[in-house]
Design a protein around this ligand. Structure first.
Ligand SMILES: Cc1cc2nc3c(=O)[nH]c(=O)nc-3n(C[C@H](O)[C@H](O)[C@H](O)COP(=O)(O)O)c2cc1C
Length: 235
């Protein structure tokens, strides 16, 4: 008898929940105008913050911090910094319910690595001291690779932050919350506004969250993506 092939494997049909998720992703869109009178429910915000914190990162490095502008004042502080070419993003930030500023660490320093290892220990990840030491060494080897060989430590950390942004956008779609990823801002001025660099971080991308207003032109436009055969190859 020949070995089973992938086509012999049991086919599991999409559950209703999976179909709902796919529909949510297909219908989500970058919101251009928010209804300033609508706010996320506390449970929705909690769920989104859990998704952010649970996002995967290379060697579980979690090289991030997430600033959540929940008050009018906090959102106004961000909006006031969206000037010049970026002024088109200011009203989104002012009228959204919440704005998350996703920040990357400036350095993957020894204290951070020790903190991550201690948390993993506390969370019961290691059956022995040897297991913990193996994890420490493995993580350090990746840090060294990016720091000394590829020389892209900062870029590597930012890539992890984008994964968190993707997780947040997917979660917002699944929860029926409108969202806008925002790269159109001056990182220096946002870093200054919140004293981020002094705390070892710098801003990377923002995500506005809330509910679109009736004036949002983008709500009516069809989604546009390159065809499947152009972007996906199944081998
Ligand atoms: C990393 C990133 C940065 C973006 N920055 C902005 C932005 O500053 N302002 C804005 O209105 N839209 C921004 N967008 C929205 C994109 O233009 C939008 O996601 C893209 O056109 C696809 O459309 P859809 O999200 O509506 O499907 C950004 C999207 C991503 C993923």
């Amino acid at each position: 008898m020949s070995a089973p092939t992938a086509t012999d494997a049991k086919q599991v049909p999409l559950s209703a929940a999976s179909r709902t998720l796919v529909d949510a992703v297909r219908t989500r869109y970058a919101t251009k105008a928010y209804d300033a009178n609508r706010r996320l429910a506390p449970e929705q915000l909690d769920a989104l913050l859990t998704l952010l914190r649970s996002s995967p990162s290379s060697v579980n490095s979690q090289p991030w911090h997430f600033l959540v502008a929940a008050s009018d004042e906090a959102r106004d502080r961000i909006a006031a910094r969206l000037e010049g070419n970026f002024a088109y993003n200011a009203s989104k930030v002012r009228d959204a319910s919440h704005v998350v500023v996703l920040c990357a660490r400036q350095r993957m320093d020894d204290q951070h690595l020790a903190d991550v290892l201690a948390q993993e220990q506390k969370d019961g990840r290691f059956a022995s001291d040897e297991a913990r030491e193996n994890q420490r060494k493995s993580r350090q080897s990746y840090v060294n690779l990016h720091r000394y060989e590829q020389k892209d430590e900062q870029h590597w950390m930012e890539k992890q932050v984008y994964l968190a942004a993707g997780t947040l956008l997917l979660g917002a779609a699944a929860l029926g919350v409108d969202a806008t990823p925002i790269e159109g801002f001056d990182f220096r001025t946002i870093d200054e506004e919140f004293g981020l660099r002094a705390q070892g971080y710098s801003s990377v991308v923002m995500v506005a969250l809330g509910y679109h207003s009736d004036t949002d032109f983008n709500a009516q436009l069809p989604k546009s993506r390159l065809p499947q055969e152009q972007v996906i190859t199944v081998l």
